[in-house]
Design a protein around this ligand. Structure first.
Ligand code: FHN
Length: 446
């Protein structure tokens, strides 16, 4: 039995203190956030996996730090762009898989504070978020490509342990030195990507990523104990499911998935086709962006939309303009998004619904029929209106609610019909299933 098998066999996870529904309420209410991938990889403009994909050596890649001056870094501008887009929280990559820290880490020279920029970008970022009234989120990758123990944990066991030690140390720094952090977005608890394994007296190369054997490694990171330490330093912090622990919410990547109401979840996707800055990226259309947001919210989830700034710190102009367009849409229709829950109607090809108090917002994103028929509910409609125009017909029949809108009055992106009822909407929701951690079941993962 190798050391990892032994570690897994003997591991007893600590019990993690779960957050109350009240502590999670802000996350459920905000619905829409800005994800930012920014780091040395932004210099090359070929995405955040460039070091791995192009097999750049650790020393070769590290030289990029001396050119990372980020002279135009202006986190206030980032925060104002997020706010103008209708985003209520931000998540910044404090350190991605390449190991470069945007924050000052004791005894570590591979950071923005100790190289060309000589700045603690995370410090400036959290202050800018708070100044704009946005919730503060930090992304952190436990694994680090600079450690041979990441790729070959059985062979370079001590290196793997050093990587774990770095994770614990930097978590303490990030949770101690930057004031209140509202959200922690782990990403990269897997190991042994492209590594080799020894069995039956032979070495085997691991082809798929990540191998199921190393896709869930809470036993290696001691994830539950790590979460409890984080909660001690940041009571109430909302944490995703990619530390090796199940998380307060579930992250879905590049996909929306099914409606799920028993546990908060969040879909993340990119505005430019790549997480890190990608020169050849295509900007998401307004309709596609709103579709993703609405599809997430009617399924009781959040939507985290990523933008990858250029290495200077400047965001792409076309992407910023798109974010402003999204903000204008939310200025008009935000009441049907923020502070609602997904349901009570099960989403379909026609769209879906959100509800709050005695109101249901029916989001019709595709007129599959001229009249949309929804199951009636035991609650009398007292009023109705269409948010984008003034012509809608709603009939509450014995077993259905019939909604029709003249073609010329339908909104090309999302026709939203507000139904008000005599009593508050009561619905016992839908229990979901825990998706595969990285959506690998769908073949997704990177
Ligand atoms: O490997 C990362 C990737 O670079 C990016 O950060 C995404 C964002 O959710 N997460 C991982 C891939 O699943």
């Amino acid at each position: 039995m190798n050391k990892f098998e032994e570690m897994k066999k003997n591991y007893i996870p600590e019990v993690v203190n779960k957050l109350s529904d009240q502590e999670l309420q802000w996350f459920r209410d905000v619905k829409f956030g800005m994800f930012i991938h920014w780091g040395l990889y932004s210099i090359l403009g070929r995405g955040e996996w460039v070091m791995f994909n192009e097999r750049l050596s650790v020393s070769e890649y590290a030289k990029l730090a001396e050119g990372f001056k980020a002279e135009d870094f202006n986190p206030k501008a980032w925060a104002r762009t997020a706010k103008a887009a209708g985003m209520k929280y931000m998540v910044l990559t404090s350190r991605h898989h390449d190991g470069f820290c945007l924050f000052d880490s004791e005894g570590n020279d591979f950071t923005a504070a100790k190289t060309a920029a000589r700045r603690d970008f995370v410090k400036e970022y959290v202050e800018a978020c708070r100044d704009e009234g946005l919730k503060v989120g930090i992304y952190y990758s436990p694994m680090d490509w600079r450690f041979p123990g990441y790729f070959f944990p059985e062979l370079y066991y001590d290196s793997a342990l050093s990587m774990k030690e770095q994770c614990w140390k930097q978590m303490k720094e990030l949770m101690t030195n930057y004031g209140k952090i509202d959200l922690l977005w782990f990403d990269g608890e897997w190991l042994a990507h492209g590594g080799i394994s020894w069995s039956n007296g032979e070495w085997y190369r691991k082809e798929e990523w990540p191998t199921s054997e190393y896709a869930r490694t809470n036993y290696f990171w001691e994830s539950e104990k790590l979460i409890n330490m984080i909660r001690e330093l940041q009571p109430g912090i909302v944490i995703n499911n990619r530390s090796g622990w199940e998380g307060d919410f579930h992250s879905r990547e590049n996909r929306i998935g099914e409606i799920r109401t028993d546990k908060p979840w969040e879909a993340c996707d990119t505005i430019g086709g790549s997480w890190g800055w990608y020169e050849k990226g295509q900007t998401l259309s307004l309709k596609a962006a709103i579709d993703k947001l609405v599809s997430s919210v009617v399924r009781d989830g959040n939507f985290l939309l990523n933008i990858g700034p250029k290495s200077s710190g400047v965001m792409d102009e076309e992407q910023v303009n798109r974010l402003h367009e999204i903000g204008l849409w939310l200025n008009k229709y935000g009441e049907s998004i923020y502070n609602t829950r997904g349901g009570p109607y099960i989403p379909g090809e026609w769209g879906g619904s959100t509800y709050s108090g005695n109101k249901i917002y029916v989001h019709i994103t595709k007129w599959v029929e001229d009249t949309i028929l929804l199951p009636s509910i035991h609650n009398k409609i007292s009023a109705f209106r269409i948010l984008s125009s003034n012509k809608v017909d709603v009939q509450q029949l014995e077993n259905s609610i019939a909604i029709s809108v003249p073609i010329e009055e339908r909104d090309p992106i999302d026709t939203i019909v507000l139904l008000e009822f005599e009593n508050a909407i009561e619905w016992d929701g839908i229990k979901g299933i825990e998706d595969d951690v990285y959506g690998l079941a769908d073949g997704l993962g990177d």
